[in-house]
Write a protein that binds this ligand. Sequence first.
Ligand code: PGA
Ligand code: ZN
Length: 430
Amino acid sequence: MSEITAVKGREILDSRGYPTVEVEVTLASGHTGRMLVPSGVSTGKWEAHELRDGDASRYGGRGVRKAVANVNGELAEAVIGLAADNQAFLDRRMIDLDATAQKSRLGANAILGISFAVARAAAAEAGKPFYRYLADAYRIEGDLRIPLPMVNVMSGGLHAGGKLDVQDYMVVPVGASSYPEALEQVSAVWQATRVVLNASGYEAFLVADEGGLGPALNSNEEGLEILCRSVEQAGLKPGSDIAIALDVASTHFYDPTSNEYVLGADGSRLTSEGMIDRLEKWVSSYPIVSIEDGLAEDDWEGWRRLTERLGERIQVLGDDLFTTNGERIQRGIDLNAANAVLVKSNQIGTLMETVEAIRLAKFAGFRTVISARSGETEDDVLADLAVGLRGGQIKIGSLTRSSRLSKYNRLLRIDEELGGAFEGGKVIGG
Ligand code: PGA
Ligand code: ZN
């Protein structure tokens, strides 16, 4: 494997039209790799730092020229000459150079771009598709399979202009026997949801950041009702064909001064215990198989009780809670505070740390869901990452917009290469 000879960063735009970092890496062999870095808005406090310029005269302060300058300057200087297939050494060098806890000096967006671009250049030199390169390099146990998708249908919270508190209403094709069939069923539900919303007097426009519908429903439960009706309208059975997954993203409506969860759409102010009661009621009334961020990012004791009460029945999934951070995942394992980890590589900032997070979760028997951000690009790397690292499940967003479809479509191609290998509902207990 040859060494890195050039690193080039540039500022590009993401699916929200905000600047983000792109990195291209060239190896001595002439092979190249590129990475387009995603970006969230419903971010966790413990995430690695996304470096933005803060200069309000450009993109309202969202420019990433400083991060790009770090890619082209200090970081390039530190990694040029390193072997492209020693990811641990490369990532460690960048982490040490940054020398802050949350990669805030050089920017996790700068570091992640190089980390992945180098791995993709190495895959190109090895003559392997990226998922195969990852599978061979990291050897996480299990067959290579297309992960079970949880697909956004309606959005609330910070991703949509409506009044819903719950951020993501998703469907999970637990009954599908192949990945193409899963997409077909989810698409039918998606079309049916527009019909059901219109018939209920709601305007079903595409307004949300992940390509989903953003209706101004009257309560959070109404969203669950509408999802079930849409599944039936599509000729499918709620529960056995299509189950429901929620990302409550409750950190963003938790009030730390009163220690209450403030559900504006339902007119409720709930304690941690009250919030768990509310989630349990939803789980008992609707075919929910997974709840992400049902409680706030630092409510560890609440998470422990939530898992005690619902962990046998559903997937208790931590996003803002864990932020793909090994130390936080370990704490969650020790406390029994969840049973699954959402994995977003830009929350932690390097490929190596992403792999470590997945290994840690799997070793403890936790499930993993490999996830996109609400701000995405045409880059399809997430599909290869989820297959190659045996993610089991994937969360990309809705079945609209090319920033989402680039990944769903890449999975169709990988599925073909693997001769049809779908994870299916069993990964989530279906
Ligand atoms: P984000 O949202 O990318 O805006 O953080 C996604 C999520 O909360 O899962
Ligand atoms: Zn989330």
